[in-house]
Design a protein around this ligand. Structure first.
Ligand SMILES: Cc1cc2nc3c(=O)[nH]c(=O)nc-3n(C[C@H](O)[C@H](O)[C@H](O)COP(=O)(O)OP(=O)(O)OC[C@H]3O[C@@H](n4cnc5c(N)ncnc54)[C@H](O)[C@@H]3O)c2cc1C
Length: 289
């Protein structure tokens, strides 16, 4: 049985205080031997230019490989290809290739020039620039705009068939949902790893609101666990770590071996997770299932 692999998602800081927190967290996460740090692109209110600067700087400063998120909605092919080329030149070999949600900007972009229409087409364009290692997004609880779960899975297969190496999931809270999704993916011929996206629950009200926007189901057991202590910081911190440890253990029992932690730029301690399966060293990504 291979050891679990962890990667960590961060967003580009927008303020001086945020910047200090970002780099402090990165420094502490580097001690956790991560497979990669991924840096979002224009998400959570940050500008795309901040993402580019942060990725280039992190690629120079970090020992851990950097995976740069890129969304094509709202950009022309030339614009987004130019960013991918900058990343290649900065030594960034990993891209998380995404559609993004900038629909209004997409109309403006299409007036400026030719645009990518789908993630598979985007992946082909990226692979012409460089043999990037490519991750794509998937949605165990369904994408809010997908017509049905089967269509969602077929869309995922097309992205992997276009050359993506793995799928990183939207956050979810039920390990059975992960198993069901992975089994359904397997049934339509998806063999690439499905990485479990894990969101630590630090602020329950915020997490519940994120979940509603993303279409993630919050099980009643979690509501019962967190809602009564939502305003008690100490109790929340303890319960959050307990829930994270237990959730990762449950996913390991379902044969999940790669966890992508949505850090929201805060330190996440996974060393104490799953000690029964984990040794001190973490398996390189390439060897993980
Ligand atoms: C791991 C991860 C990282 C992310 N990082 C970022 C980031 O850095 N920046 C950012 O802006 N966003 C980010 N997102 C959010 C993502 O851009 C949105 O979820 C977007 O709506 C879909 O992107 P996709 O690449 O999954 O697109 P797709 O693969 O095209 O769509 C996924 C599924 O949703 C369906 N779908 C999507 N849009 C529509 C639509 N308009 N109508 C009908 N069906 C639709 C597709 O058919 C498919 O089933 C991330 C999401 C995940 C899971």
């Amino acid at each position: 049985m291979t050891n679990p692999v962890f990667s960590y998602e961060l967003f580009p800081p927008r303020t001086q205080l945020g910047e200090r927190r970002f780099w402090r967290t990165v420094g502490r996460l580097e001690a956790q031997e991560a497979a990669f740090f991924s840096i979002t692109y224009g998400a959570l209110g940050s500008a795309q230019s901040q993402s580019v600067e942060t990725v280039e700087f992190a690629a120079k400063e970090c020992e851990t490989p950097i995976a740069a998120h890129l969304t094509f909605e709202g950009s022309t092919k030339d614009e987004i290809n130019a960013v991918a080329t900058r990343y290649r030149d900065a030594g960034v070999d990993r891209i998380v290739a995404l559609r993004g949600d900038a629909r209004e900007e997409s109309e403006l972009a299409s007036k400026r020039g030719e645009c990518y229409k789908s993630v598979p087409e985007f992946i082909s364009g990226l692979l012409e620039i460089h043999p990037f290692d490519i991750s794509v997004a998937c949605y165990p609880d369904g994408h809010p705009k997908a017509s049905n779960p089967k269509a969602d899975l077929l869309a995922l297969k097309e992205k992997l068939d276009a050359g993506a190496n793995r799928a990183i999931s939207q956050f979810f809270f039920d390990a059975d949902d992960y198993q069901r999704f992975r089994d359904q993916a397997g049934a339509i011929g998806i063999t690439a790893p499905i990485v479990a996206g894990v969101l630590p629950i630090r602020d329950f009200n915020k997490v519940a609101s994120f979940a509603e926007k993303c279409g993630t189901r919050v099980p009643q057991s979690l509501i019962d666990m967190f809602a009564p202590i939502a305003d008690d910081r100490d109790a929340m911190a303890k319960m959050s770590q307990h829930q994270l440890d237990a959730f990762i253990d449950r996913l390991i029992d379902k044969d999940c071996r790669h966890f992508h932690i949505y850090t929201l730029n805060q330190m996440v301690n996974v060393k104490r997770c799953s000690q029964k399966q984990m040794s001190n060293s973490v398996m390189p990504l390439e060897l993980s299932a």
